[in-house]
Design a protein around this ligand. Sequence first.
Ligand code: CP
Ligand code: NVA
Length: 307
Amino acid sequence: MDNHFLAIKDFSRQQLQSLLVRAMVLKQEASQNKTHNLLQGKIVSLLFDKPSTRTRVSFESAVYRLGGQVSFMSSRESQLTRGEPLKDMARVMSRYVDAIVVRTFGQEIVEELARYSDVPVINALTDLYHPCQILSDIMTVIEKKGAPENLKIVWLGDGNNMANSWIEAASVMGFSLSIACPDGYEPDKDILEESQKRGTGVITLQNDPLAAVKDADVINVDVWASMGQEEQQKERMKVFQPYQLNNELLKHAKEDAVVLHCLPAHREEEITDEVLEGPQSVAFDQAENKMHIHKAILEQFVNNIQE
Ligand code: CP
Ligand code: NVA
């Protein structure tokens, strides 16, 4: 297994499945109050350039629950702000810690850190990808609906970092994904094309939210303007309006469809309060699963377990 976790496409179906299975076991054990020392004596650095609630705290609690220690730093406080090269930072940090979890803007930043780091670098969201999140989302889908191969899974809205990671997951794990987004807001073209070539799962792209949602088992939504796109917020509110997941649209899905949102949610924008708080929403289980997935990822990468 590649010893950095930067993108879903870098892993095989079997490797992703083993992380999912391990996360489910760790969740089950947590419910029985079983304690672990899988990261005893290990230090995990969290280096965050963008805001975070869930990812930061779920990684922190994952490390502590496995017996390790966390060092958190916002890059605003680091010497990067004064021009220190990433390659120097990566080599220095490797001497201090056992893994570096990074949330930042460009994917090239995590790639550069990984190139020069002797310890695993884990992508906790870039403008291009959110790979850890997608594993917790798939774990939630499996818990609620069973194997993704047998489901109609929909991505509704912006073709953003979340959509790109869902596309790669569909291609590697061999399930189908129906994407509906407005013209000009499609997922990354290269990621889509490469995934369509790689995959056994069929990945379709269209503009019509109703056609995409029809008979869906799983519907994923996310904010219309991601972090770093705040100045486009107003324009996006108009363009994305037809993609709002409300009860009217949701009734075209299967009656027992589940709704996923990685959170934070903007109620009455991409999702209505009624749907997010309604019986089909699994967003809060999904948020919990981030912690269990992060435990599985950290255990595997910090301890360099080869699958
Ligand atoms: N879902 C997610 O990544 O949330 P945060 O931005 O709060 O970490
Ligand atoms: N697409 C969102 C996800 C937030 C968890 C963003 O990048 O802001």
